[in-house]
Design a protein. Structure first.
Length: 298
């Protein structure tokens, strides 16, 4: 109990001293303030039913996917803008992915959206950005703002090549550190359906990593062990190849049989080692490399 009180006091002092984090949702780090995962999943399912799932057309059999995470955009968004320019400029990239913690704290959505709206898309290719919610995106009961801008956080997307080969990207909401029953059922049904579709590659994209490293994010630090075990079994059973995630701000690559789980570095401007990832998709197993940006802090 004393440790928890000390932790809250330290967070309060930190927020008071830093103008970019003074409105950090301390309560939300202990107990969620947004709609719960089952409600968020139901709202995503309703949007999926009404509008369908994204289908993205690649210009060739081989293409690239740009993936970033934890931009924590506030008044500072240099790295986020660089990521957008880079994936726009790459003619071989039809899809970019953000794995959550798009914003840093309350009322930062306009800062985050401004580069998306102001940096021109590439007219020579399909140029799609897909996102999933992180814990910071849900703080201060901001789920409604996330939905207004991004519509859903549990869904899938398909990239289709000129010869009809297809790759599947499944987005799951772990922003509050839970999969929940309804989302788990949807994921199971989606993977069962995918088994008969002949997908070339299957990737799962989410915010929270699979294995706990610390408790710095309170109840959102990691998923419960029971959910982690069940999720790992499900992904292995259905031959998922890649598990893309963020949250930990520390790069980690874990080979789990035929699946590779990758924690991608944070792209936050005040991160000492900002980076994003480029994945190469084709007929061979997925390969990837990290693009390290120049730190904006000493």
């Amino acid at each position: 109990m004393k440790r928890n009180i000390s932790y809250l006091l330290a967070l309060t002092l930190l927020c008071a001293c830093n103008p970019d984090t003074w409105n950090l949702d301390v309560i939300g780090m202990i107990s969620g303030t947004s709609a719960g995962i089952d409600q968020r999943a139901e709202e995503s399912f309703a949007y999926n039913d009404a509008h369908g799932y994204p289908v993205i057309n690649a210009a060739s059999e081989e293409y690239k996917v740009y993936i970033c995470t934890d931009t924590h955009v506030d008044r500072s968004r240099t790295n986020w803008e660089q990521f957008i320019r880079d994936y726009h400029a790459d003619i071989d990239c039809p899809l970019a992915i953000h794995l959550g913690d798009l914003i840093n704290a309350q009322n930062h959505w306009d800062y985050m959206r401004r580069p998306c709206d102001s940096i021109p898309a590439n007219p020579l290719k399909q140029d799609t950005l897909l996102v999933v919610a992180g814990n910071h995106d849900l703080y201060f009961n901001q789920w409604s703002e996330y939905v207004r801008l991004w519509k859903r956080s549990t869904y899938y997307a398909i990239v289709r090549t000129p010869t009809g080969k297809q790759d599947l990207y499944i987005f799951i909401d772990t922003g509050e550190g839970f999969l929940g029953q309804k989302q788990t059922e949807w994921l199971t049904n989606t993977l069962n359906w995918a088994d008969g579709q002949g997908f070339r590659h299957i990737a799962v994209c989410t915010h929270t990593h699979l294995f706990k490293r610390d408790s710095s994010q309170g109840h959102t630090s990691n998923m419960p062990l029971e959910e982690t075990y069940a999720l790992l079994h499900l992904l292995k059973q259905h031959n998922v190849e890649m598990f893309w995630c963020g949250h930990d701000h520390s790069r980690e690559i874990t080979n789990l049989g035929t699946m590779t789980a990758v924690i991608i570095d944070a792209l936050f401007d005040r991160e000492p080692h900002p980076a994003y990832l480029i994945a190469n998709y084709g007929d061979e197993p997925v390969s990837f490399r990290f693009v390290e940006l120049t730190p904006l802090v000493d």
